[in-house]
Design a protein around this ligand. Structure first.
Ligand code: 6R9
Length: 661
């Protein structure tokens, strides 16, 4: 989630190095496996090279791409507006598809697509992808879509989704992918804001074993968007759909097109896409990414952070393409690197709770990139489920989306990675476009729960509320001090909001809205959104640390912690916990967990109240919505719940709280 009003949370403004908790003692270390380190794509030298000459480092990363015209200026920086590789020209789709075919790798698989219904699969080689993207690009042009036009894409996780994105990129149209779980209102506001002239969708997708319609939502949204000229519809589920005069079937239009299409080069700073952040309040922010710098950093980070060996690796990122993780690490990064990826349409529990591990076994996945929310769910379901599958192919594991609790990290390492695979905890945002802070799997001795160091070429820091760097052992606000190639260029149509949201809290620094601490070794630990920090008896305590302490108890799978107003302490800690599969709820569990937190973190962090709940409220991208839990804990009526995955969860939780009605 993106910062709405950074530093304006209940205690965010007070957060500083003196008062931020620095309580969690984590001593486990995991050195990189020797074999991986010996043949790693990127070694420790990269840090020195980038430190010596950052721009030269990014130039070398850009040289991994194929440019139609080399740039003249590596970086033009008029703070806070950056232009990278100015004067350079390239085509993103050519880089992601054609150049691999031209290099004789047309028969290499780009995507193994696994539909949710078992046995419903497709395999697309790079040559297949080239034909499909070309046909789609020709179709878009037949519909009058041209360079700079906006195309809204609202689709399930089917191959036509990346194909549609690449077709836009090829012709220079700007795509705006809207996650398929969003409502008609959310879709409409995004179509409106971007002023899209085309919407690409499907009749529906499969969700938890049944077809789930998308088209009616599009109809409802488009009815109020007069600027939309056409709706291009993929037939996926075959369910009955109403047909409006704007509708065109994908198979009627795209299938008949020529599979040849000349990719014209675009300027490095031409827009590639808009992606709206899942902001919880206010108008969604259209994060704008451009062409050359974005592709440079997503491709390099995918190569470096996952140690991707395109010839032998089978890479699987479990995110939805509707989020930035899917844009950068299912579509653009992996394809630019010529990777073979798995795309899975469905949910992890359909038709059974071992589906993910069955997919790993089936495709012999070597690199798996998923989110803490999923990992904690798997912990809750029990160790015996992954144990049934052969996952010996795995060699690198990644995590993204939220701070990963050390215990979840260790569980992931052990039960999924067989204690053999490095786990890379990757910090970044929709706004940053690509990974910013992460271990390198062949270099870094990792600490569970720490994102460790800014990647080579990234200058991040932790500062106090005056903007001064904190020393080792201190905590405060995460900032980025220098522009980076894949940074957002602005908020679509609103430069002022871009300045206000990200560049106004600290002079000359990008403020992502997250708290962090730098440990005694100088390694970084992300502490969640500063708006979530709690102020208890004058101490700033991060929700992340208390949650991690709770998850370190063998009976707890997942925890969410909030600060509720308290007459004595200012705020008091209220914890919502989900127990592991095998743990029984008992009367004394609350006391046991409170004591466990006090023992692990110190008495100041002891929750006032602990509730065992069946579920936690999550955004559609899987992040815990603490704001709603604060409402429950403070006995208020709930705020905006429209971004919740499942609004019935809040009722279940309220019922558990003795003081809440
Ligand atoms: C990629 C993505 C961004 C926010 C970010 C932060 C949280 C993401 C994290 C992490 C701790 C990590 N976040 N990765 N926090 N450790 N490894 O998730 O983008 O949806 O824009 O969310 O997610 O709070 O500011 P986005």
């Amino acid at each position: 989630m993106a910062p709405e009003t950074p530093g304006q949370g209940p205690s965010g403004a007070n957060q500083s190095q003196e008062t931020l908790s620095n309580l969690l003692q984590e001593t486990r270390r995991f050195a990189p496996p020797e074999e991986l380190a010996a043949s790693a794509n990127v070694t420790a030298a990269a840090y020195d090279e980038a430190a010596e000459d950052r721009l030269a480092f990014w130039e070398r990363a850009a040289e991994r791409l194929t440019w139609a015209k080399r740039w003249d200026t590596t970086l033009e920086w008029n703070p806070p507006f950056a232009k990278w590789f100015l004067g350079g020209q390239l085509n993103v789709a050519y880089n992601c598809v054609d150049r691999h075919v031209e290099a004789g790798r047309g028969d290499k698989v780009a995507y193994y697509w696994e539909g949710e219904p078992e046995g419903d699969t497709r395999t697309l080689t790079y040559a297949d992808l080239q034909r499909e993207v070309n046909k789609a690009a020709n179709a878009l042009q037949e519909l009058g879509v041209g360079k700079g036009d906006r195309v809204a894409i609202y689709m399930p996780m089917i191959p036509e989704l990346p194909i549609a994105m690449l077709a836009c990129a090829r012709i220079g149209a700007i795509h705006s992918v809207v996650f398929g779980g969003f409502s008609a209102t959310a879709l409409k506001s995004r179509i409106d804001d971007a002023d899209a002239k085309l919407v690409i969708t499907a009749d529906g997708g499969f969700r938890r074993g049944a077809p789930s319609a998308l088209k009616p939502t599009v109809d409802e949204a488009v009815a109020e968007c007069p600027g939309v000229e056409h709706v291009l519809v993929v037939r996926r589920t075959g369910q009955d759909v109403a047909v409006t005069p704007k509708d065109i079937w994908w198979h009627d239009l795209v299938d008949k097109q020529s599979d040849v299409h000349a990719a014209v080069p675009h300027d490095a700073e031409d827009p590639l896409y808009i992606l709206y952040t899942s902001g919880t309040t206010g108008k969604p922010k259209g994060i704008l990414h451009t062409t050359g710098g974005y592709l440079t950093q997503v491709a390099w980070t995918h190569h470096a952070v996952f140690d991707l060996k395109p010839e032998t690796d089978i890479y699987w990122c479990t995110a939805d393409i509707g989020w930035v993780t899917g844009h950068s690490y299912i579509v653009y990064g992996p394809l630019a690197n010529g990777a073979t990826s798995v795309i899975y349409e469905g949910t992890p529990d359909t038709p059974h709770r071992g589906r993910f591990w069955e997919i790993v076994q089936k495709y012999k996945v070597t690199i798996c990139y998923t989110a803490p929310t999923a990992i904690r769910t798997f912990m809750k379901w029990g160790d015996d489920i992954p144990a049934k599958y052969d996952m010996s192919s795995l060699r690198v594991l990644g995590s993204v989306g939220e701070p990963i609790n050390p215990e979840a990290y260790v569980w992931y390492r052990e039960h999924i990675g067989g204690n053999r695979c490095p786990v890379v905890d990757t910090w970044w945002q929709t706004e940053t476009g690509a990974i910013m802070i992460s271990p390198l799997p062949g270099v870094t001795a990792t600490k569970p729960g720490a994102a460790m160091r800014p990647l080579p070429g990234i200058v991040a820091d932790v500062v106090d509320d005056t903007g001064a760097s904190v020393p080792n052992g201190g905590g405060g606000f995460l900032v980025v001090r220098e522009p980076w190639p894949s940074m957002l260029r602005t908020i679509w149509g609103d430069d002022q909001r871009y300045i206000d949201t990200y560049w106004s809290r600290f002079e000359g620094m990008y403020f992502p809205g997250d708290g962090a601490k730098r440990d005694e070794d100088g390694d970084l630990w992300l502490l969640g959104r500063v708006d979530d920090v709690m102020l208890v008896s004058g101490h700033n305590i991060s929700t992340t640390e208390v949650e991690s302490a709770l998850v370190s108890h063998p009976k707890v799978a997942e925890a969410a912690v909030v600060g509720a107003t308290d007459p004595v302490t200012g705020q008091a800690i209220v914890a919502f916990t989900i127990l592991r599969g095998s743990a029984e709820e008992s009367d004394d569990i609350a006391a046991e967990l409170r004591n466990h937190v006090a023992k692990t973190l110190g008495p100041i962090a002891k929750p006032r109240q602990i509730l065992v709940v069946p579920e936690l409220p999550k955004t559609r991208s899987g992040k815990i919505m603490r704001r709603l839990l604060r409402d429950v804990a403070e006995n208020r009526s709930l705020g905006d719940v429209t971004t919740l995955t499942d609004s019935s969860v809040m009722k279940l939780i309220s019922e558990k709280l003795p003081t809440a009605k």
